[in-house]
Design a protein around this ligand. Structure first.
Ligand code: PLP
Length: 394
């Protein structure tokens, strides 16, 4: 059999498992071994592998029409936009495919709004972002990353971004000036290690941006759509941003679906021909997205993430006295676990957990992150936590 290393660019370093099938929170490898998926495609698989409702919606649409391009209308588009806007409490939707494309779209939206509505002088628009951010991999986006691996050798970069420390409201306040059109933040920084900002930070950013006439763009690509126990992570602070950027779980783990969601004042700045995507808002994406939205409207997945999340965090915190874990962060079914560096790198620990039947992914240093599908049962979650305890305290 051909190995992945032989003909794929080495831009990933996958754990040594070859998945052949998946169902719910479980996957099976080519040799028939089963693993509990505690990563869930970085939250793209919030509803689990092969979710019957999502697969049925996709199959039904496959037999009707899959792609029209936006040159024509199709019969799933209006409903998808209307229902997504409603879920967000907003007015307009601009659908794209991947998360990075949606972030790029939000950057373009904010700049155009800055020139046309706010009155920023041409070419001067600035966007304030946070250190340790992760917003995707395009050249513009990695240009305002602070991760050397993401940036090195990929310049020159797009100007117009100011980076401030995450969670530092005073630094944010000092960075926002007359030409600032937007603040772009993850309400919880996922790739950075599931960092939850200090209480009051998001509310403070909301107050500051409202006072200064600056858009608050919340990148909820990973934190949104149920993961933290609410539809949006911003809700934990009672915050409604001006712009949501969504992706990952919006496509139900079936197809890439992303979107920028905002008001008419903001997204209404676009004119035909100024922005677009061949696949953005295609019929298959809309059909799957509509089913995702119907599932989220039940509130069932948010409630599961909240109650199972309490359980997860309680059991993870109980590892701290054993000395194997130094800190646990996160909300809902989402945790960053700092493993004692004495136990090895995050990679080494992930490999040991894999051998025990758990799929997890390390982030920086000795941090592993846990984000199981929201459909995981309490029994399976407990099984995973017992494996984790055994592996870390062995
Ligand atoms: C994954 C992610 C992105 C990028 O999404 P892609 O679909 O991989 O382009 C952007 N922002 C956040 C917060 C993410 O987690």
């Amino acid at each position: 059999m051909a190995t992945a290393e032989a003909h794929s660019a080495p831009n990933y370093h996958p754990l040594p498992v070859v998945v052949a099938s998946g169902e719910g929170a479980w996957v099976t490898d080519v040799e028939g071994r089963r693993y509990l998926d505690m990563l869930a495609g970085y939250s793209a698989l919030n509803f689990g592998h092969g979710n019957p409702r999502l697969i049925a919606a996709a199959k039904a649409q496959l037999d009707r029409v899959t792609l029209t391009s936006r040159a024509f209308h199709h019969d799933r588009f209006a409903a998808f936009c209307a229902e997504l806007a409603e879920l967000c409490g907003m007015e307009m939707v601009l659908p794209m495919n991947t998360g990075a494309e949606a972030v790029e779209t939000a950057v373009k939206t904010a700049r155009k709004w800055g020139y046309k509505v706010k009155g920023v002088p041409d070419g001067k628009a600035r966007i304030v972002v946070a250190a340790d951010n992760f917003h995707g991999r395009t050249t513009t986006i990695v240009g305002f990353s602070t991760d050397p691996d993401a940036r090195a050798d990929f310049g020159p970069f797009t100007p117009g971004f100011t980076v401030v420390p995450y969670g530092d409201l005073a630094a944010m306040e000092a960075a926002v000036d007359r030409d600032t059109v937007a603040v772009l933040l993850e309400p919880i920084q996922g790739e950075a290690g599931v960092l939850v900002p200090p209480p009051g930070y998001l509310a403070g950013v909301r107050r500051l941006t409202a006072e200064r006439g600056v858009l608050f763009i919340a990148d909820e690509i990973q934190s949104g759509l149920g993961r933290t126990g609410r539809t949006f992570a911003c809700e934990h602070e009672g915050v409604v941003p001006d712009v949501y950027v969504l992706g990952k779980a919006l496509g139900g783990g079936v197809v890439p679906v992303s979107a920028v969601v905002s008001s008419r004042e903001v997204l209404g700045v676009f004119r035909p021909g100024e922005h677009g995507s061949t696949f953005g808002g295609n019929p298959l994406a809309c059909a799957v997205g509509l089913e995702v939205l119907a599932m989220l409207r039940t509130g069932e997945y948010q409630a599961r993430a909240a109650s199972l999340g309490e359980h997860l965090h309680g059991r993870l915190r109980s590892l701290i006295p054993t000395g194997s874990v130094t800190a646990v962060r996160g909300r809902g079914l989402w945790a960053g676990v700092d493993v004692s560096p004495a136990l090895g790198t995050g990679r080494a620990i992930s490999e040991r957990l894999l051998a025990g039947g758990l799929l997890v992914k390390d982030t920086h240093g000795s941090t592993i992150r846990l984000a199981p599908p929201l459909v995981i049962t309490e029994e399976d979650l407990d099984w995973a936590l017992t494996r984790l305890r055994e592996t870390l305290t062995a």
